[in-house]
Structure formats: C-alpha cells, structure tokens
Design a binder for this molecule. Structure first.
Ligand SMILES: [Zn+2]
Length: 397
C-alpha cells in the first residue's frame, strides 16, 4: 500500500544557509558537529549568478543563457499540472488524481517507466548481476570529511547526489567529491518536491545546481536524483531536455527518517539487513539494485560505515557508483574526465572479502590488469588522480 511522503520541509532537514558568510572555518572531522557556511573566493565572485541558497530557484532576470536554454525547452513541456506543495503536502491533490496514474508520478505508485513517449525510464536498478548501485544523497557538508576519509580508506567510490545550495555553502567538500573519484550527480538547487514546482522553477532547480557544481569542480553532471524521488513525466521531460538522466532507487534504507522520528534506528538496521539477506539469497543474480542512502547526518553516515563490510560481502564486492554500473564512462559533459566502466571499476577495486554463497565466482580475486591497487589515505588520492590523468590522456590520444 502506498503511503504519501511526509510534509517535513527540506529547510528543516538540511539546515541553514547564511547570506553573509563567515570567515572560512576548518573542515570538521566531527560528524556530529555541523559547520557553518564559509567564504570561498570562487563562490564569492559568482554569487550574483545564482539564486539565494535554499530558496526555490527561478531564472535570474539577466541570465540570458539560462533563459535561452529554457525557451528552447518550454514549448514542448507536457501539459501536466503541478502537484501538492513544495514541502510535500499532497493531501489536497491526491483525491483528484486519477488512480491510473497518467503522469507516471513516482511518489504516487513508484512509477518509473514514463507514459509520455520518448522519455527513458528512471534508473532504479542496474544491469549488472549481484551488484549494488552505491550512492549517498544530500551532500556535500563540511562535517562529512570523516565519512569521505572512510570511503577513501576503503577504496570505495559512490554516486554522490549534491544539493546546489550545499555546494554554495561548502565548496571545498564539493570539490573533494570529484577529487576523491566519486560520481557527482545533481540533487537540485533547494531540495524541494519537484512535481510541485511550475515548469520554469523546475528547470531552474536543475540548471543552477548543475551550474554551481560546474563552477566549483569544473564538471557538469549528466545525472540527477529527484529529492524524495518525486518525479513525473513533466519533470522527466525537463530533465531529459537538459541532457540529465534520473536515478531513483528500488529500496529505501529510511535512514533519512530517523532524525525526524518517522523511523527508528532499528527500522534502518532492518532495512540494511533485509537488503543484505536478499543479496545473499541471490535475489539480484539477474539484475543489480539500488538502495537509497544518505550522507545527511552523523546517524546516516554511521549506518553506512557500520554496514559497509556486510553489504560489500553480500554483494561480493560489487558496490559501484551508478555511472560505472551504467557503463557511463563520461558522466559529465566535459569529456576530459574518463570514468571507469563496470568491468574497469571491478578490476581496479578488487574484492578481498569472503564469498560464502557465490557459485559463479563473481569478481573475487580478479587481478588488477587496469588496476588501481587497494590503497588508502594520500596514496589513494594520488591513485585516483592518476586514474583521471590516465582518462585525460586516453581522451586526448
Ligand atoms: Zn535528498
């Protein structure tokens, strides 16, 4: 039975944003100690080119580039009405919405294959056997460095779904996501329910989040994830014509619900364990899956670290960024960064755990033909850099 999402506002979930940035703070490695936004010369020099962080984005009055892009998309946007409110209150809307779900509204019945012709399905599972599309929503944040250190030490890459306003607030951590070799995707500008937004605002939420990631990291993501999974064919159309693919999920860890009391720690542990058991039971032999995880707060990051080894064992090491799972070797518009495809990722991240249930061998023991050895800390960072330089060289030659 479907349950509509809560009405909690994104602003409460994702904290504050200050118009006047304080002096740059040291990044905190204490995940229970959130940091304040800090001043960054690149962001400061371009503040006027972006909406106010955490406000619903709209096209800025003098932004000719954004307006031209929007005007090229606008005439074709399907005539689908907005739904509910930007903070996710659909109680006035759902009674009037046809139960056949004409808009393929994910929030209503988890529809992920569009009914509007010409749109690709959302990515809510992955084509590789016994694999998990590994990713985290709602970063970056300057108190999350310990979590990123953990991933680096474990030679683990993930898809990171970054909120544009967070990148404005914590640009160093936005840069780190790319430097660490993660697959950076867009998670909108202000983290609202997208189906509630008028066309132009929905466009601007994607446009400016993508733009700030490009400004800060040099790369323009071609993947995005709708906050709360809230997407329909109208939003799909706008994103598709921005050349952005939507990544959803098939399972929800519910880690994001704990802070607001909508789920307990035990619920989250049960969800992790359920996925692990399904993997051990070979549920994902023909096709891999995606579970929703967050880097949102200390609790969600602690969950991720506590379950990491068990999860990796259950999926025989096949925890991969969604870009690699999709064999998307260029997940950014810029082609000077080459991302490993699935086979390359698996080969360069050899699994050393135990596989007690595999009969087909999985990837255990694969050698590092292309290999990035299992390394940690600074050496790991250098290895990642080497991988990118290798990618650059391959593109150039
Ligand atoms: Zn989110």
């Amino acid at each position: 039975m479907h349950t509509l999402p809560p009405t909690k506002t994104a602003a409460v979930l994702f904290g504050i944003s200050l118009c006047v940035f304080p002096v740059r703070a040291q990044a905190s490695v204490n995940p229970s100690q959130p940091c304040l936004p800090y001043s960054d010369p690149v962001v400061a020099a371009n503040l006027m080119d972006f909406p106010t962080p955490w406000t619903i984005a709209s096209i800025l009055p003098n932004d000719a580039e954004a307006m031209a892009a929007w005007e090229s998309i606008a005439p074709g946007v399907p005539n689908i009405s907005t739904k509910g409110t930007p903070d996710g209150n659909f109680t006035d809307f759902t009674p009037t919405y046809p139960s056949i779900d004409p808009d393929c509204w994910w929030t209503y019945k988890t529809c992920s294959t569009p009914k509007l012709p010409g749109l690709p399905p959302d990515i809510d599972s992955i084509p590789e056997s016994r694999a998990l599309g590994f990713g985290f929503d709602d970063g970056p944040n300057c108190s999350h460095d310990a979590f990123y250190d953990y991933l680096l030490e474990n030679n683990q890459k993930a898809s990171m779904f970054y909120i544009g306003s967070n990148c404005m607030d914590w640009p160093d951590q936005c840069r780190r996501g790319v430097t660490d070799g993660h697959h950076i995707s867009v998670h909108t500008w202000s983290h609202r329910y997208m189906t509630a937004l008028p066309n132009e605002n929905a466009f601007a939420e994607l446009w400016y989040a993508r733009k700030v990631i490009k400004l800060i990291t040099g790369y323009t993501p071609m993947y995005w994830r709708p906050p709360f999974g809230d997407i329909d064919d109208r939003i799909r159309y706008i994103a598709f014509h921005l050349n952005m693919s939507a990544i959803g999920w098939s399972f929800d860890s519910e880690d994001w619900k704990v802070a607001s009391g909508q789920a307990t720690e035990q619920d989250v542990e049960n969800n992790y364990n359920s996925l692990i058991q399904m993997a051990l039971n070979k549920t994902f032999e023909s096709r891999g899956t995606i579970m929703l995880f967050h880097e949102l707060n200390n609790g969600t990051m602690t969950n991720a670290m506590n379950f990491y080894t068990k999860l990796k064992d259950a999926f025989i090491g096949n925890l991969v960024p969604v870009a690699s799972a999709e064999n998307a070797t260029h997940p950014y518009q810029e082609t000077n960064l080459s991302y490993p495809n699935y086979a390359q990722y698996i080969q360069s991240h050899p699994f050393s755990g135990s596989d007690n249930s595999s009969t087909s061998g999985g990837n255990g023991g694969t050698g590092g033909a292309i290999g990035m050895p299992a390394v940690s800390g600074l050496v790991g960072a250098l290895a990642v850099t080497a991988m990118f330089l290798d990618g650059l060289a391959r593109v150039i030659t």
